[in-house]
Design a protein around this ligand. Structure first.
Ligand SMILES: O=C(O)c1ccc(O)c(O)c1
Ligand SMILES: [Mg+2]
Length: 628
């Protein structure tokens, strides 16, 4: 399988783009004409530079407004085509994309366009060039791949073929199965892009919101299944116009591109048994059933404060590591580790971020398969020297360089707690916190799609619709990614400015990955009592909040009084009810949340977010943290 990506998909200048695309491991590029024009090199030099990076030019694009023109305009279009053929020969590529015309004077008619392409095919053939025709979703007369195919079919020339682009087909809600009837030798090239479902003008949507397959809401898998069912064996190429990527890093955009492409093609071969996809085998997405542990890196006074904080949340120190400076804190099924080692991985993250969550342990169906799949998709396996008696737990790098460790039911891994920790007291019920409900990771907005792709390509996890969280000082976008069965949930919070609570945490901690952890209780009121007894101080919520709550929901007086007393926040959706208590901030702006879901409430209390963020900012100011 030949993998390719359009230069327009990657940020930077042409040199930076090529370097990143080559380093990511692509076989080729579609050279977007703008990127070539902006470069100072001659066509020959640029072509050579591309080949020197080990890349092939799979396509030159786009050629606009060719077909259907009358008289002199038609002659001019053919002349223009000849000039671009010259350029292609200098660059060293034989395939060009002609997109359907948007010219105000272009005339319609399938036969007229077919005649133009037949004549163009003759001219192209003399140069050994092939022309692919793509229906832009907003083309003036042709905006559907079925019409483009009919034109190509009637042009009936070996040098004229069809180019398919998932965005134009799926964005117009055209059934991708219509592709199955097209002969594969007439499909010259295939471009792939996904996009979030947003109602807007097709052209604007395409030029600003496309994203990598799997990052959006279009069924790119069904599209590619149909393409592969024809027997197509040509390049599979990403063509992504996206504003977030333009502001991102060339290396990570290119790397994500290859991850998304490999993941897509792996899905395609599983769902479309006839498809011939020559990719190395990899295990399928792995099921995550829960959070095995949350590990903090901390030192000295900060570590003592954290330990005390955990005590007020009902945790008890239950174990100590046999060789390392690690303490284990438990309550219900929750395990928290405080790692005070100065030298190993945790120590390094402490130096950079201060107290932070440096490692999350996940319970998965197979730890070995998780790492095998992650590696096949370009994630970085992690290893550090083991001390005597330490078990080698499979791990990879996750967000912000933090770690994800994987535990499964295999005997060696499941014995880690008993073999590596000396138990000092049994686990108690504490304040009734049962398990980790979710972990909230913070990142810059430009990185959000990347981490969504990371989780959904590795694990059996799905994303829920993005919600806007209104911070008094800016917008934070929040994307929940949830494991099938809901045993592990993560919210990805993308900050656009450092003035938001998420953004200032990110800036102050130099990119620490986790801002808060939420624990699930099965009786929030009992937990609130127990927390109070343990010395926990909730984030105070203003009376205005509760006055508004009673106006929006039917809440009995005595219950409202209890909620007010314990600073319990409330929400309800079609599935059920939701209660939350926030802690006060600690460390560099981290916090905990205690929550109870009743019925099938599936959200995260987004309507409460503006009020609790305002309350958190108030607390931080009272603590003397300057407002940015
Ligand atoms: O937005 C455009 O004009 C444009 C150009 C070339 C393409 O291949 C495409 O899909 C869109
Ligand atoms: Mg295209």
């Amino acid at each position: 399988m030949k993998t390719s990506i359009a230069t327009v998909s990657v940020p930077g200048n042409l040199r930076e783009k090529l370097e990143a695309i080559s380093a990511a491991g692509f076989d080729g590029i579609e050279i977007f004409e703008q990127d070539f024009i902006a470069d100072e090199g001659s066509p020959r030099d640029v072509g050579q530079r591309i080949r020197d990076q080990g890349l092939e030019i799979t396509l030159f694009q786009p050629f606009r407004d060719f077909e259907g023109l009358p008289g002199a305009l038609r002659t001019k279009a053919f002349d223009r085509a000849e000039r671009k053929f010259d350029l292609m020969q200098e660059l060293g590529t034989d395939l060009v994309l002609f997109c359907s015309s948007v010219h105000s004077e272009a005339l319609g008619g399938i036969d007229r366009a077919a005649d133009d392409f037949r004549e163009l095919g003759e001219r192209a053939a003399k140069r050994g060039i092939r022309v692919g025709y793509e229906a832009l979703a907003w083309g003036r007369h042709v905006n559907d791949h079925r019409d483009a195919w009919e034109i190509v079919r009637r042009a009936d020339h070996p040098n004229i073929g069809l180019i398919l682009d998932s965005f134009h087909t799926l964005g117009r809600k055209i059934d991708p199965d219509t592709i199955r009837r097209i002969p594969s030798d007439k499909i010259f090239f295939v471009q792939l892009a996904d996009a979030p479902l947003i109602e807007m003008d097709l052209l604007y949507w395409s030029r600003h919101f496309r994203n990598m397959p799997g990052e959006g809401d279009l069924d790119v898998t069904a599209f590619m299944q149909a393409v592969m069912a024809t027997g197509y064996q040509g390049p599979v190429s990403l063509e992504i116009f996206n504003d977030q990527f333009r502001g991102g890093s060339p290396a990570s955009v290119a790397k994500d591109g290859l991850r998304s492409l490999v993941c897509l093609m792996d899905d395609v071969r599983r769902k479309e048994p006839g498809a011939q996809v020559d990719l190395p085998d990899m295990p399928e997405r792995v099921k995550v059933s829960g959070t095995a542990f949350i590990e903090f890196a901390s030192q000295g006074e900060e570590a003592r404060n954290l330990a005390h904080f955990l005590t007020t949340l009902g945790f008890q120190e239950t174990g100590q590591h046999i060789t390392k400076d690690l303490t284990l804190w438990q309550q219900g099924d929750i395990r928290i580790i405080i790692n005070q080692e100065a030298r190993d991985f945790a120590g390094t993250t402490y130096t950079v971020h201060g107290t932070n969550i440096c490692d999350i342990g996940l319970e998965v169906a197979s730890a070995e398969e998780t790492v095998a799949r992650a590696t096949a998709l370009g994630a970085e396996p992690f290893q550090q020297p083991l001390t005597e008696g330490q078990i080698d737990i499979p791990a990879i790098r996750g967000l912000g360089g933090s770690l994800l460790h994987f535990l499964d039911g295999s005997s060696s891994l499941s014995s880690v707690w008993s073999s590596e920790f000396r138990m000092i007291q049994p686990v108690s019920g504490g304040a009734g916190l049962k398990r980790v409900d979710h972990v909230a990771q913070t990142m810059s907005y430009t990185e959000m799609l990347s981490w969504t792709l990371f989780y959904t390509s590795l694990f059996r996890m799905g994303k829920s619709p993005m919600v806007d969280v209104i911070d008094p000082d800016g917008l934070v976008r929040s994307q929940a990614v949830e494991a099938d069965g809901q045993g592990f949930r993560i919210t990805l919070n993308g900050a656009e400015t450092h003035r938001t609570l998420a953004g200032s945490f990110l800036a102050d901690s130099f990119g620490a990955p986790v801002q808060h952890v939420a624990f699930a209780s099965e009786d929030i009121f009992a937990s609130a009592e127990a927390l109070e007894e343990a010395g926990f101080k909730a984030l105070p919520m203003p009376d205005n909040y509760y006055a508004d709550l009673v106006s929006r929901f039917d809440i009995a007086e005595d219950r409202l009084a209890l909620m007010k007393r314990h600073n319990i926040l409330y929400d309800r959706d079609a599935g059920g009810e939701f209660f939350q208590i926030y802690s006060r901030p600690f460390g560099g702006g981290m916090f905990f949340e205690v929550l109870e879901r009743r019925g099938n409430y599936s959200g995260y209390g987004a309507p409460n977010a503006p009020f609790r963020i305002a309350a958190q900012k108030r607390m931080l100011r009272q603590k003397g943290v300057p407002r940015k």
